[in-house]
Write a protein that binds this ligand. Structure first.
Ligand SMILES: [Fe+2]
Ligand SMILES: [Fe+2]
Length: 245
């Protein structure tokens, strides 16, 4: 297991793990504040590793909130393990995500409305619903209005075991991988999610896989996704309604 912990902004820690043989790494973010918060629990198999790293920064039992974008193993696979040791932790997610999660953990979560702020103390995490972007109906992202860090889940996924912030142009690399893996459902439902992020000032986009994107890379990636999405929407329309111009 490759492991790396970095403080990407004051009191925001990135715990990066790459299991042996994995072509991607997994980032878990810890915000150390009055209400310590974990963003992405990680896979169930990785629980012990993430737990040990979190414990180097805070007492993991004192976690207040656990949150993530959508219901997938790398986003929330070890949720039950975390809830067993952090007895007061609340899972903070949106209503649609809660439909899946409550069957998994056996109880309802703290359901956040679109745009609602999770007050951690110094840090304020705003939940922004982005259905189907990067994927899954329940998808949302979290924006820390204090630091400007956007926790963007699978938006900006890259291969490898990278440092926390790479200022090189990584947009083409991201897009090539995305096309190869096909994890984004280009089409009309994605347009609104892209537009919502374009309306926000994002100095740092903290990705779940790979290095964080600086403002320029983030802006360029969103513009490229918007253009590709428009292209996909046009072709969906033409394929289904060929006689309508
Ligand atoms: Fe995902
Ligand atoms: Fe992911």
């Amino acid at each position: 297991m490759d492991t790396k912990i970095e403080e990407i902004q004051q009191n925001i820690f990135r715990i990066c793990l790459r299991p042996k043989g994995s072509f991607i790494s997994f980032n878990h973010f810890l915000i150390k504040d009055e209400k310590p918060t974990l963003i992405h629990t990680g896979h169930r198999e990785l629980f012990q590793y993430v737990y040990e790293e979190v414990n180097k920064i805070i007492n993991a039992e004192n976690l207040s909130y656990i949150t993530f974008s959508h219901f997938e193993p790398d986003e929330c696979g070890s949720l039950n393990e975390w809830l067993e040791i952090a007895l007061n932790a609340q899972v903070a997610i949106n209503k649609i995500c809660d439909w899946s999660v409550k069957g998994f953990i056996g109880k309802p979560s703290l359901v956040l409305k679109d745009g609602e702020i999770l007050d951690l103390g110094k840090h304020k995490l705003k939940m922004i619903e982005t259905p189907h972007f990067p994927h899954a109906w329940e998808a949302s992202v979290f924006y820390d209005t204090t630091s400007g860090v956007l926790f963007g889940s699978d938006i900006g996924t890259q291969q490898g075991f990278k440092d926390s912030l790479d200022n090189r142009d990584v947009v083409e690399e991201i897009f090539a991988l995305q096309q190869k893996l096909g994890y984004m459902p280009f089409g009309p439902s994605m347009a609104e999610g892209i537009r919502r992020l374009q309306d926000i000032n994002i100095p740092i986009l903290a990705t779940m896989h790979g290095t964080a994107l600086n403002q320029k890379n983030c802006r360029n990636l969103l513009a490229l996704l918007e253009a590709e999405n428009q292209k996909a929407c046009r072709s969906i329309f033409q394929d289904n309604y060929p006689l309508v111009q």
